[in-house]
Design a protein around this ligand. Structure first.
Ligand code: FPP
Length: 279
């Protein structure tokens, strides 16, 4: 948070927004469904891939802003298991852009102590993409600042299936298959995101009210924020606005909140019982 304020001048754009954010209530983990690249391009009579290219700038901004804020984890949905259904040329452009991003951003990631991790079924990636991705992940593995999870060939259902299969495989190997009991903690520790807290805030751009198979297990209690802004137009201002909205939310995790809840519940229960007593 301090680093973000230091990067801004009083009166500069986003200064007031940044001042309004409570550093004590920042989300530890932000996840983003980066949607609307195609529509952004279409509105400009450009090919869809131009929208993906324009989506790289906001990726940089989101990473930089989260790092400066002191957010611990940022997960970006870059390519879903369903995205293979797109025309081959579009898919190939997405791989080219990913390679370009990794090459361009690696020095910046290193400078800012940012660690990169890739989550998804990575074995299906083209060999060259996989090599360059692994190299970037390795190169940043000792960094201890923001962790950026790039979700690539990712599906929430696939992730749960992979977790369950890895549990079965471990149990077969250590001979515990007959007595195996699966619980939530065991599944959570076998997800691709095992080392991360669940997302506190899930942002989706482009106004679509869908989860699109993203982090299905992990978003059980995430706060959702949907903005009409298309991903290529998503700025630091949009991110800070999402954070301010998040800080207004009352997170109850299925329970109750607020002081006096116990006393209130007790007196409601007493009057209910009184009303049931025969007069
Ligand atoms: C969804 O928009 C976006 C994607 C499937 C790809 C996201 C890729 C980027 C933001 C490019 C750069 C990313 C990295 C990590 C280097 P869409 O094409 O579904 O948009 P539409 O719904 O308007 O058609």
């Amino acid at each position: 948070m301090k680093a973000l304020l230091e990067a801004l001048q009083p009166g500069e754009k986003d200064w007031d927004l940044a001042q309004a954010i409570d550093p004590a209530r920042l989300p530890a983990h932000i996840a983003i469904i980066m949607d609307g690249n195609g529509r952004w391009a279409g509105r400009r009579f450009l090919p869809r891939v131009a929208g993906h290219k324009a989506g790289i700038g906001p990726v940089r901004t989101a990473v930089e802003t989260c790092a400066r804020l002191g957010v611990k984890v940022l997960t970006l949905y870059a390519f879903s298991v369903e995205n293979w259904k797109r025309p081959r040329a579009e898919v190939e452009t997405l791989w080219r852009l990913l390679r370009y991003y990794l090459k361009q951003e690696l020095p910046e990631l290193q400078k800012n102590d940012i660690r990169l991790q890739a989550i998804g079924r990575l074995d299906a990636l083209p060999a060259q993409v996989r090599r360059e991705l692994d190299a970037a992940v390795d190169a940043t593995s000792a960094n201890r600042g923001l962790l950026v999870n790039l979700a690539i060939n990712y599906g929430g259902r696939a992730e749960i299936v992979d977790a369950v299969n890895s549990i079965l495989e471990m149990a077969r190997l250590d001979g515990s298959i007959q007595t195996l009991k699966i619980d939530e903690d065991l599944i959570a520790t076998c997800l691709y995101t095992a080392s991360c807290p669940d997302p506190d805030l899930l942002i989706r751009t482009s106004g679509e009210m869908r989860i699109s198979n993203f982090l299905l297990w992990q978003i059980a209690y995430s706060e959702l924020y949907v903005t009409d802004t298309l991903w290529p137009d998503f700025t630091r201002t949009d991110l800070l606005q999402a954070l301010l909205e998040y800080q207004k939310r009352d997170r109850r995790y299925g329970g109750l909140s607020g002081a006096g809840v116990d006393t209130e519940a007790k007196s409601a229960e007493e009057s209910l019982l009184a009303s049931l007593r025969p007069s």
